[in-house]
Design a protein around this ligand. Structure first.
Ligand SMILES: Nc1ncnc2c1ncn2[C@@H]1O[C@H](COP(=O)(O)OP(=O)(O)OP(=O)(O)O)[C@@H](O)[C@H]1O
Length: 290
């Protein structure tokens, strides 16, 4: 069971937004979908949810082409920031529609989440402040026991307390009903511990599709005098370099046999956000020292 995307491209307004994407999202796995602004993350999710159509290629959910089997979309829920509700829809009506469309929508869970965030079912969605709109959307998403949950910047506009609460709700929903979650965000630090795999898009193409642990375990910075660093870097995979106060800090991918270094050098592991910055930094041709 999986979402499979094969040879998919999307052109909009003469712009190639997604370019020949081949990607599989495995069952019961939490993914981070990362990329710089305009890299194509939202477009990819809209295509999976069948709100947009590919120019080329196809998408299968559980081996069924979504173009021909719209029924499989009852098993895919996309939490979007698009304004999709009628102007005068009250929260309780939206909750009711969710229950009618999605067979595994959990009304009781949704009610308790609405209560937790002090959301009044009689309010109009369009009149809610931004923060409450975001919270309401996440109440719907985390009550919906679909096999594929797509979240586009789910914590947008929330303070740190509520962002943390939202991630907690996401994990609770996963534990109650394990599912594939595709979580797109720029707050990489906040989700590193939550996700198992990471997909990074760059200019509409897949740059990375890997396990977070495998990726991060190979990523380091090495700092020291130019001569020592340059010597160490020979035959290594260099991601980037920065010059600061007469020293060089280089970002590298190392395997276990490459860790030995001279005592004047400082080796530090990178976290996912630091690695992301290095992996995507050459978009504007700013990679230094090469
Ligand atoms: N319907 C469309 N018409 C024209 N351009 C589009 C359309 N849809 C997307 N684009 C363009 O495609 C690019 C990718 O957009 P998308 O929203 O998918 O990126 P993103 O990675 O989600 O960005 P962000 O992180 O800023 O939200 C952008 O340059 C956007 O302007």
């Amino acid at each position: 069971m999986a979402i499979e995307i094969r040879g998919m491209s999307k052109t909009a307004d003469n712009l190639l937004v997604l370019n020949d994407i081949d990607l599989a999202f495995k069952e019961k796995t939490i993914y981070g979908l990362l990329g710089q602004n305009d890299s194509g993350k939202t477009t990819l999710m809209r295509l999976i949810a069948h709100l947009r159509f590919p120019t080329e290629g196809y998408i299968e959910v559980d081996e069924l082409d979504i173009e021909e089997h719209s029924d499989v979309l009852k098993n895919v829920y996309f939490q979007t920031h698009d304004n999709i509700y009628p102007k005068r829809a009250k929260l309780k009506q939206i909750v009711k529609w969710m229950g009618l469309f999605y067979p595994n929508f959990q009304m009781d869970i949704c009610s308790s989440l609405l209560e937790k965030y002090h959301l009044n079912e009689n309010e109009f969605f369009n009149k809610l402040p931004l923060k409450k709109k975001t919270l309401f959307r996440s109440c719907l998403a985390f009550s919906n026991d679909v096999d594929y949950l797509l979240l586009d910047e789910p914590a947008f506009s929330l303070d740190a307390y509520h962002r943390n609460a939202l991630y907690h709700d996401m994990l609770a929903s996963y534990e109650r009903y394990p599912k594939t979650i595709i979580l797109s965000t720029h707050a990489i630090d906040e989700i590193e511990e939550l996700i198992e795999r990471v997909v990074i898009l760059e200019d509409g193409q897949v740059l990375i599709d890997d396990e977070v642990e495998a990726l991060v375990n190979r990523a380091y910075s090495v700092k020291g005098d130019e001569r020592d660093v340059r010597e160490f870097l020979q035959q290594k995979t260099i991601l980037g370099q920065e010059y600061r106060k007469g020293k060089i800090k280089a970002y590298v991918q190392l395997d276990e046999t490459e860790m030995e270094l001279n005592e004047n050098l400082e080796l530090k592991p990178l976290n996912l956000q630091e690695l992301f910055i290095q992996l995507t930094r050459d978009v504007y041709g700013e990679r230094e020292g090469e």
